[in-house]
Ligand binder design. Structure first.
Ligand SMILES: [Zn+2]
Length: 148
């Protein structure tokens, strides 16, 4: 492959999304293959990146300028699809978080945070970024409460 077409990760091993410039979250094949439709022709590298920006159509990309868009996934992923569960392991949605805010007690969020720290959580394959969803859930709760 021509060197000019290879995007080199920076010193931290990270790479920015080719579409929106967001800093990608490093994922392995174990993670991206759980979300990308097997019929999609694009083969990503063993080490690829997840674009966390909600409005960006690119979900995964690698250093060889290959990418997967939202339409090539098996299912919608949060935050690109706001109706998709925030937590891929236990299915917590933004409506659940809103219900907690409406009730004034974070029952569902608290329950999720407890479960997310248990061995039942399978973030490596259930979360599109391969990362625990807990910061995302906490951010959504703060936002809906008008605290962030
Ligand atoms: Zn992006």
């Amino acid at each position: 492959m021509n060197k000019a077409f290879v995007r080199e990760p920076d010193d931290t091993g990270q790479l920015n999304c080719p579409a929106c410039g967001s800093l990608g979250i490093a994922v392995t094949r174990e993670t991206w293959s759980a979300h990308v439709r097997p019929s999609v022709g694009t083969q990503l590298a063993e080490s690829a990146f997840f674009c966390p920006f909600a409005k960006c159509q690119i979900v995964y990309f690698d250093m060889f300028e290959r990418h997967i868009t939202t339409g090539e996934l098996l299912h919608g992923v949060y935050p690109k699809d706001p109706s998709a569960p925030i937590c891929g392991c236990f299915g917590l949605t933004i409506e659940d978080v809103q219900a907690d805010v409406d009730e004034g007690t974070p029952t569902r969020v608290r329950e999720l945070l407890a479960k997310a720290n248990s061995p039942e959580a399978r973030c490596r394959t259930c979360s599109p970024s391969g990362q625990p969803c807990t910061p995302e859930v906490q951010r959504a709760y703060m936002k809906l409460r008008g605290l962030a």
